[in-house]
Design a protein around this ligand. Structure first.
Ligand SMILES: O=C(O)C(=O)C[C@]1(C(=O)O)C=C[C@@H](O)C=C1
Length: 359
């Protein structure tokens, strides 16, 4: 056996050396790209969301296995993250603390070479990017079970920031504890939203055990790592951050639980052919107004992915509508629809066009 293993390990060593040489070749190309951008006065636009989406989609198309698309996508994202950091490391603000799902979303999108800056509120995430302290921000916008994140929607209304990307994260909640059996757990810590997402599992598996709601999942994991007889419900990032073993994995009641995050910056993204555009509109308060407002989309053959209404904060209009449409604002059909919307809507704000999330 040892001889057979030795032969294959030698092959692996040779391949690793080739991969290393190729990775550094690629990194030199990225440095060269950086020099070209600087020469044409675009040094500030190092991060190119449309290019990254194209690279990842192409890799998925080329992938012949046995590695699954999820693994090769993760790997190439990290490669781009490292290459980009040679051009100019990115500062990315997100809703902290470290160990939350927002951190996982930021890492999933920007890779480990980005300089992550945890913030205490979604308002601070916006502020950090608006002030230029961070180049980009990551903010949750909707969860498949809990619905819209109202604060993010409200801030988009008044902010000058643009949406340049989206991240879709599968939310897996794990029960983590230093205890070896469920029977030893006398208290469960978690964020209220995570407790709600695991409500049925808790009723079934830990009946009568008090559930304590705390500020974040990461805080729950920190407490459970210190206090014997307790557990936390949190994601993988928290379990790794606090070295807390996962006793039962994926305990969320809804197996397709996902959260969508927006990537915010001071520019949006170029066209990739598989894009989204986000808008805010308001209609006057009379019967049929909303239907009339949305008609230009159907007329131009543009699909709507999402429609969310929020009470307007200024009493000028009763409601504002957050609309996601398929396509880029430079696509002819989208352009036609946006021109028609601009002439009908009492208020129209284009939040940005950006590549659809690459999973
Ligand atoms: O193509 C570019 O513009 C690059 O800067 C190179 C590269 C890459 O590594 O492929 C790196 C960062 C950008 O966000 C996109 C792509």
């Amino acid at each position: 056996m040892l001889q057979e293993l030795g032969v294959v390990r030698e092959q692996i060593d040779t391949i690793d050396a080739q991969m290393l040489a190729l990775l550094n070749e690629r990194a030199k190309c990225a440095q060269h790209v950086g020099e070209i951008k600087a020469k044409y006065g675009e040094a500030g636009h190092v991060y190119r969301p449309e290019r990254e989406a194209q690279v990842l989609r192409r890799i998925q198309d080329l992938n012949a296995g046995p590695l699954p698309n999820e693994s090769v996508t993760f790997f190439f994202r990290e490669v781009m993250s490292a290459c980009l950091s040679l051009e100019n490391p990115l500062g990315v603000a997100f809703l902290g603390p470290l160990g939350t799902f927002s951190e996982s979303a930021a890492v999933k999108h920007f890779g480990h070479a980005a300089r992550l800056a945890p913030q205490s509120t979604i308002d601070d995430v916006f502020r950090e990017v608006e002030s230029g302290h961070a180049q980009y921000g990551v903010a949750p916008v909707e969860n498949s079970t809990e619905g819209a994140v109202g604060r993010t929607l409200d801030l988009l209304l008044g902010s000058s920031l643009q949406i340049c990307g989206e991240v879709v994260l599968r939310i897996h909640q794990h029960l983590m504890t230093r205890e070896s059996e469920l029977g030893h757990i006398r208290k469960v810590y978690s964020h209220a939203q995570s407790l709600a997402q695991c409500h049925e599992w808790l009723n079934r598996s830990l009946p009568g055990v008090p559930r304590i709601s705390v500020g974040s999942n990461a805080e729950a994991a920190r407490l459970a790592s210190l206090e014997p007889g307790t557990a936390a419900i949190a994601g993988e990032a928290a379990s790794e951050r606090y070295g807390l073993p996962r006793l039962v994995e994926s305990i969320e009641d809804e197996p397709n639980n996902t959260t969508r995050f927006l990537v915010l910056g001071r520019h949006d993204a170029g066209r990739t052919g598989s894009d989204k555009t986000s808008l805010i509109m308001s209609a006057s308060n009379r019967p049929g107004a909303v239907h009339e407002l949305l008609a230009p989309l159907a007329d131009a053959g543009v699909s709507m992915n999402r429609l969310e209404s929020r009470p307007a904060r200024a009493a000028l209009w009763e409601y504002v509508f957050y609309v996601d449409i398929e396509g880029h604002r430079d696509d002819p059909a989208v352009k036609t629809a946006l021109d028609a919307l601009a002439s009908r809507a009492a208020y129209l704000k284009i939040l940005g066009s950006y590549p659809q999330a690459v999973y």
